[in-house]
Design a protein around this ligand. Structure first.
Ligand code: FAD
Length: 415
């Protein structure tokens, strides 16, 4: 058995995995191979990160954390995990605007795939990027900053430009937050008051298995400096009086503190605690980012095929992401709603269900999450990215020989 991704559903085909501990070692590794891909914390679920020849793990690169209080930025090593950076920021009195459901993912890996948390006014994690420093195949280090030509293509770049060795992120003064769970939101309320539901707090997530009479859970996170005013019920759903995992059978100790207990942002915005294994572990994930204007149709369409979807499902999460201008972002040009599916780890079974799901969601203009399992049998995904040609030109200028291209990325780079 070769090297696996975090979930164990994908075995890397690369002949070698190098583990450089310095920029010089990284440069040597990259220059000695004709095909290379950067490997972050291995949390993606498909062949995106793979290489036919060499993978370079970023986990052992120097753990830079440089805070610039005047510019309100932090510059970090691309291989660092959000959880480690978040602790350093919190200790220094600073915060990021949001986190994904787990803090275990690498910064450059998460940014490369437009990883997101939730919140109507929160852009995905890539929108916090103010600068990137990329090691190209020719050994050159190239820096791009927000506002410069090409920057909007170089942030969510699927690893196709080179190895991102440093990322500069926007920071803001540290804040406290709390989260409460509410049980059983009526589908009728989700259909008729979707905007009111998702805008009612800093971050709102709905959890369902689609075949239930009500949406099982609303997971509501609020900032202490912007109280939501929500009391003991949320659109008809009562507040839970005991903590819960979103997958009912899982240990609640894995989740960040609930029941409205106020604490630092980095211990509330992610669903899972940094110290524990997030989610289920033996799982596969898929997610489709639906243009917000079409969410009603999308929810109806998935509910109609609940009998097909639910048997393999551990849980689904519905959450919102603000529009941005990053060319390959799943929220490019439009507010989106993520319909996320955590499946049991049955690759063949999930691949048999995805056609029905994609028949329901892709015609609505939904973009699959780059790092999760999707099929796109009809090859419509390229048409969902209006700036793809610009990205292709950018990739050619960074990497004319296609050293950082693999089969997965080639589907998007070739017109
Ligand atoms: C339990 C779990 C929960 C998740 N929750 C969320 C969530 O809440 N929201 C969400 O949007 N996604 C979520 N994801 C998906 C995850 O955030 C993405 O797959 C993300 O890309 C993982 O980052 P990684 O470092 O593990 O990347 P990897 O899987 O290691 O790599 C992903 C891509 O990033 C590239 N890459 C990695 N490092 C670099 C670098 N230094 N330079 C250039 N390219 C690089 C790789 O080449 C590859 O193309 C979750 C995944 C898991 C397993």
């Amino acid at each position: 058995m070769g090297e696996l991704n975090w979930a164990g559903n994908y075995e890397y085909r690369a002949a070698r995995i190098a583990a450089p501990t310095s920029l010089d070692e990284l440069r040597d590794a990259v220059s000695g191979a004709s095909k290379v891909r950067a490997l972050g914390s291995r949390h993606s679920f498909n062949a995106l990160a793979d290489s036919s020849e060499l993978l370079v793990s970023t986990a052992g690169l120097p753990p830079l954390v440089r805070i610039d209080e005047t510019a309100r930025t932090v510059t970090v090593g691309g291989g660092m995990r959000y959880g480690d950076v978040a602790r350093r920021l919190q200790d220094a009195g600073w915060a990021l605007h949001n986190l994904a459901s787990l803090p275990h993912i690498s910064i450059a890996g998460a940014v490369a795939t437009a990883t997101h948390g939730s919140g109507d006014r929160n852009g995905n994690l890539a929108t916090a990027v103010r600068g990137v420093r990329i090691l190209r195949a020719d050994g050159e280090l190239v820096e791009l900053h927000r506002g410069e030509p090409g920057f909007d293509g170089a942030v969510v770049a699927l690893g196709a430009l080179g190895v991102v060795v440093e990322v500069t992120l926007d920071i803001e003064p540290s804040f406290d937050a709390s989260q409460r769970l509410f049980g059983g939101v009526p589908w009728e309320a989700v259909a008729s008051q979707f905007d009111a539901i998702t805008s009612s707090a800093y971050s709102v997530s709905l959890f369902t298995t689609w075949d239930e009479p009500t949406v099982a859970l609303a997971w509501v996170k609020e900032r202490a400096d912007a109280p939501s005013g929500i009391e003991d019920a949320f659109f008809g759903a009562p507040a839970l009086m005991a903590p819960r995992h979103m997958i009912e059978t899982m240990d609640v100790r894995n989740t960040t503190e609930q029941l409205g207990v106020v604490g630092p942002w980095n211990e509330r915005l992610a669903h899972f605690r940094f110290e524990f294994t997030p989610s289920n572990g033996a799982e596969i994930q898929s997610e489709y980012l639906v243009p917000r204007a079409r969410i009603g149709e999308a929810i109806d369409a998935v509910r109609r095929i609940a009998k097909v979807v639910s048997p393999l499902l551990l849980v689904s999460e519905i959450r919102t992401v603000a529009a941005d201008e990053l060319w390959l972002s799943s929220a490019y040009g439009t507010d989106v709603v993520g319909l996320h599916f955590t499946w049991v780890r049955d690759q063949a079974g999930v691949e048999a269900v995805l056609p029905a799901l994609e028949d329901a969601l892709l015609p609505l203009g939904s973009r699959p999450h780059w790092g999760k399992l999707y099929l796109d049998r009809d090859g419509v995904v390229p048409s969902l990215y209006p700036r793809l040609d610009d990205f292709r030109a950018l990739a050619r200028s960074f990497d004319p020989d296609g050293v950082f291209t693999n089969d997965f990325v080639a589907r998007y780079l070739q017109s």
